[in-house]
Design a protein around this ligand. Structure first.
Ligand code: KIV
Ligand code: NA
Length: 269
């Protein structure tokens, strides 16, 4: 299986192929990437790794070093899906030049195909700057978790007409600037649909709508590995429970000297 490309992903909407929605999940480690790769069009090394992997209170403290390390692991663990790495808070907002330096580092050190950044019209100049210099950019509008301090929480966006209009305008600005795809997160359904219809590039929903051009979830959320999950998450497995059961059995076995057994013990010839 040859690795998919950014232009192929973008072209799917142009060709009307997003009738077959784009499948994206987050991945942070090589083993996780191996398990998800064949089933996904895109793997996102999300800055949600701050909460999910590092136990941080938000994605705000996540660093470029963290994104580079996990991005490289995910690229090593995959050969089919397009790997996109999130630009962390503070690494790109100051100027297009700052963003280029951060994004170039991610491409060089991880082998990823592109980067994702949060923000709408304010980031359009930066998206155009990177795109013109060979770095594919995925946008992210609606609920933008890096702005949690300004938003005051993780509630769904687009409930007022002014906010709804701004989200659609933000998506348009990003698409016009050359974004190859846009994530729309945590918005009331009509806004997700309006964004999807407003732009020519694929729109990938999370807490959006089944009518988006694709869907993304945080893998740990849908696998039951992360305790606090938003309402838009469907839990496809309860791996957290499975791990707890396995670990409890191991602990009992060790304490009862049932483990290691004869099969797990080296014997002299
Ligand atoms: O960081 C992340 O996991 C994301 C997705 C939820 C879109 O940005
Ligand atoms: Na993110």
């Amino acid at each position: 299986m040859k690795r998919l490309t950014v232009p192929a992903i973008r072209q799917r909407k142009v060709d009307g192929q997003t009738a077959q929605p784009i499948v994206m999940l987050t991945a942070y480690t090589a083993r996780q990437a191996q398990l998800l790769d064949a089933h996904c069009d895109l793997l996102l090394v999300g800055d949600s790794l701050g909460q999910v992997i590092y136990g941080l209170p938000s994605s705000v403290p996540v660093t470029l070093d963290m994104m580079a390390a996990h991005g490289a692991a995910v690229v090593r663990g995959s050969y089919h899906a397009v790997v996109i790495v999130d630009m962390p808070f503070g690494a790109y907002e100051a100027s297009p030049v700052q963003a280029f330096e951060a994004a170039a580092r991610l491409l060089k050190e991880t082998g990823c195909a592109g980067v994702k950044l949060e923000g709408g019209a304010a980031m359009a100049e930066t998206v155009a700057f990177l795109t013109a210099r060979g770095i594919p950019v995925m946008g992210h509008v609606g609920l933008t978790p890096q702005a949690v301090n300004q938003l005051g929480g993780y509630n769904a966006r687009g409930r007022s007409q002014a906010e709804a209009d701004k989200i659609v305008a933000d998506a348009r600005a990003l698409a016009d600037a050359g974004a190859f795809a846009i994530v729309v997160e945590g918005v009331v359904e009509p806004i997700a649909v309006a964004v999807t219809e407003a732009v020519a590039c694929p729109v990938i929903g999370i807490g959006g709508s089944a009518r988006c051009d694709g869907q993304v979830l945080v893998s740990e959320d849908m696998l039951g590995l992360f305790e606090r999950v938003p309402r838009f998450v469907k839990r496809y497995a309860e791996l957290g429970e499975a791990i707890e059961e396995a670990v409890a059995t191991y602990a009992q076995d060790v304490r009862a000297r049932r483990f290691p057994g004869i099969e797990q013990t080296y014997q002299p010839k």
